[in-house]
Design a binder for this molecule. Structure first.
Ligand code: SAM
Length: 695
């Protein structure tokens, strides 16, 4: 059972962005089946008679999903929004239909289903497992999907949790929090295609039990997010529902209800009430207008690679260009520590580092599954991380608000056991069980192997945007270092060149450059037995790891050899990447200063240490740059990820791809505005003096 989250008691207010999980009660239905009841609202999650059949009838059939999904054009995305995720039964029924249709209609191979759902009181994983195991027995056709859903079920923290089921071209966004807040976070201003919802599943508890999902604020969000032809279906035909839909532009129709129920409602957004023209009349024979076919990514660091992979997954042919080589810059460290700087839980929904951490952990674990079959090195080693809370803006009282599987404080004894530290006071600590080390080389290998991605070395000298495409000119170097000029065109271009992005397009602001040098060495067997067994965060960070096949392509590291790394120096305004003894010394000093007992294990002889220096790029307000460039329709950037690239690039790449394709993003509209490449804050001379509390 997840612990109920209570927080902010000092202020004596109920914080909006804190999740109170559902309390589940059980009843026996007419057929003798156990059915879950919401403790908060006293209503059933699904029909006592046959929940799955009702879900298929009310939401799937009465939104005409079998026909509409079968008729999608190649690469078209169909978006469903559900009010009330509950047990996920509607999702599972829809997912199963989508799988069947994709098997029967080969043209759907490149089409996408985007299922956006909202939930204020998510069911704790233990209860959900019990509920869905019953469905797996009653409806074996759902069993495999149930297993996948449970394996990806997010921690119960406010905000959007994006789950991509890649083989099925299904994106599931679970927005935890009040539906009204979540719906108002959706959508963004765009010079390209604005996203809209194709079909609504209105599955709140009966209005008599809970009016909040049938409130005017919900219906007006539905109107804002719909276009002519968007449909809605609900089992309820209560007056409040009819009036709400009608007064917000929907034409309603009463139809026969499920089983013994007399009636239910379907609705369609009228052309007059909508600002948008319908796209849903497209047939599978029509090519999808404005869907990009090609993209070029400039820069093969972590931001560029993740952007390439995300666009490639949307069926776009991507060419990645780099003036040097993939991961030649700051992203090419031997390992990257994936462990967020935590924030109080009521800030998480707007804390890019935490949102990014949760998403990238899921993505890297997915990559691990892909490479496991080929026995290639893992992309992500989930080691757990112990943060000694030396440099942090969170204390143990605030850590206690988090679900234990995301962040917790462990006992001093356990902290000593896993860190090997005997004298350090470890009573205050933050343990992140799902954090660990990313292997950049392994990540690069899996991304560049994507069938829609090609890599080309090219030093770009000119970028020209026309009405229909972008033309790039540059020079490539062959093995003998002789140069040849090359021109590449693409529908869209994304500049992911860190601090050099500004040189490629002056609309991208000039950023701070911060030199960082990471150090590592091969410990003796005796040192290894006494050094920390897992990554530690203090005023720096350290981690043990074992060299893997492929490491040598980036750094002088031998396969199977144990290594111990320490990071990283921080020198503002420096763009030299020479290796400096002084930086190694800085990394050593930070370790010993925070954990003096390690000086007996690591004598101050750093002459044999290896190192790698890179330049991190940071904006004045610390947020990355993500989005379309001013006055452009085809030129984008994802840059300035600072030292957090492996945590934030994956979710930023998702948001960027969604904006390019006119789909709903996993980041709120407010967050997207904070990341805009041309946001006002970046041009405000005072910005750098006031560091934002939430990054
Ligand atoms: N669709 C679900 C399924 O397939 O199991 C059943 C949904 S159940 C009838 C209604 C859900 O709405 C509950 O899980 C409840 O917690 C959620 N809910 C109630 N009020 C809400 C609100 N204001 N915002 C978001 N979700 C809410």
């Amino acid at each position: 059972m997840s612990k109920p989250v209570s927080i902010n008691t000092s202020k004596n207010t109920t914080p909006v962005h804190v999740i109170f999980p559902a309390s589940i009660e059980w009843q026996t239905d007419d057929a003798g089946h156990k059915v879950p009841i919401s403790g908060e609202f006293g209503d059933v999650y699904f029909s006592q008679a046959d929940g799955l059949a009702e879900s298929r009838y009310v939401f799937l059939e009465n939104n005409q999903l079998p026909e509409r999904l079968a008729n999608l054009a190649a690469k078209q995305c169909f978006t469903i929004a559900e009010l009330g995720f509950g047990t996920g039964l509607n999702l599972l029924a829809t997912w199963q239909l989508w799988r069947q249709l994709r098997l029967a209609h080969p043209h759907l191979a490149s089409a996408r289903l985007h299922f956006i759902t909202t939930e204020k009181h998510p069911i704790p994983l233990g209860d959900l497992t019990r509920i869905l195991s019953l469905w797996a027995q009653r409806a074996p056709e759902l069993a495999a999907l149930i297993e996948r859903l449970l394996a990806s079920y997010p921690p119960l923290i406010a905000g959007c949790h994006r789950l991509n089921f890649i083989e099925d071209n299904l994106t599931l966004d679970i927005w935890l929090g009040d539906a009204s807040d979540s719906l108002s976070s959706l959508g963004f201003e765009s010079r390209l295609k604005r996203p809209y919802i194709d079909a609504w599943f209105l599955d709140g508890f009966a209005p008599s039990c809970n009016e909040s999902l049938w409130a005017t604020s919900i219906f007006s969000q539905m109107q804002r997010l719909s276009c002519a032809g968007s449909t809605a279906a609900t089992y309820s035909s209560a007056g409040i529902v009819k009036r709400g839909l009608q007064s917000h532009g929907f034409i309603i129709k009463k139809v026969k209800g499920f089983g013994r129920k007399r009636e239910m409602l379907t609705a369609v957004m009228s052309e007059m009430s909508s600002l948008e023209k319908p796209l849903s009349t497209l047939s599978n024979k029509a090519p999808l207008p404005n869907h990009p076919n090609t993209a070029v990514i400039i820069g093969a660091g972590v931001a560029g690679l993740l952007t390439a992979w995300t666009l490639a997954n949307h069926g776009i042919s991507v060419t990645v260009l780099d003036k040097d080589a993939p991961l030649a810059g700051a992203s090419g460290n031997p390992r990257a520590l994936l462990a967020p700087n935590m924030t109080p839980i009521h800030h998480v929904y707007e804390h890019l580092h935490s949102i990014g951490y949760l998403y990238s952990g899921r993505l890297y674990r997915y990559f691990n599954q892909q490479v496991a079959l080929q026995k290639s090195p893992l992309i992500f080693e989930q080691t757990g991380t112990l943060d000694l809370l030396v440099k942090t803006n969170i204390g143990t009282a605030q850590i206690a608000d988090y679900p234990d599987n995301m962040a917790t404080t462990i006992s001093t004894q356990k902290a000593q056991d896993i860190s090997g530290l005997e004298h350090k006071d470890l009573a205050n600590n933050l343990y992140l069980p799902q954090s660990g080390l990313v292997n950049p080389q392994a990540l690069k290998t899996v991304i560049l192997a994507h069938p829609n991605i090609a890599y080309q070395q090219l030093n770009i000298t000119d970028i020209k945007e026309t009405e229909n495409h972008v033309m790039l000119t540059g020079f490539a170097e062959d093995k003998n270092a002789s140069q040849s000029s090359l021109t590449v065109t693409a529908d869209h271009v994304v500049i992911c060149a860190a601090y050099e992005s500004h040189q490629l397009d002056k609309r991208i602001v000039k950023c701070r450059t911060i030199r960082g040098q990471l150090s590592w060495f091969t410990p003796t067997a005796e040192q290894l037995s006494k050094l920390p067994k897992l990554p530690l965060k203090y005023s720096g960070y350290c981690a043990p790891f074992i060299g893997q096949n492929g490491d040598a392509a980036l750094n002088p590291i031998r396969e199977n050899q144990p290594q111990f790394l320490l990071g990283a120096s921080f020198i503002d305004g420096d763009t030299d990447i020479d290796i400096r003894r002084a930086d190694n010394q800085q990394n050593y000093d930070k370790l010993i200063e925070d954990m003096p007992e390690l000086s007996s294990i690591l004598p101050n002889d750093i002459s044999t240490w290896q190192a790698r220096a890179g330049i991190r790029t940071q904006t004045l307000d610390y947020h990355p740059l993500v989005g379309l460039l001013t006055q452009s329709k085809r030129l984008w950037t994802l840059s300035a990820v600072g030292a957090k690239g492996y945590a934030i690039a994956p979710i930023c790449a998702e948001a960027l791809a969604d904006m390019m394709l006119g789909c709903f993003t996993p980041l709120s509209a407010a967050m997207l505005a904070r990341l805009l490449p041309n946001r006002a804050r970046l041009h405000n001379a005072h910005t750098h003096k006031t560091r934002p509390s939430v990054i």
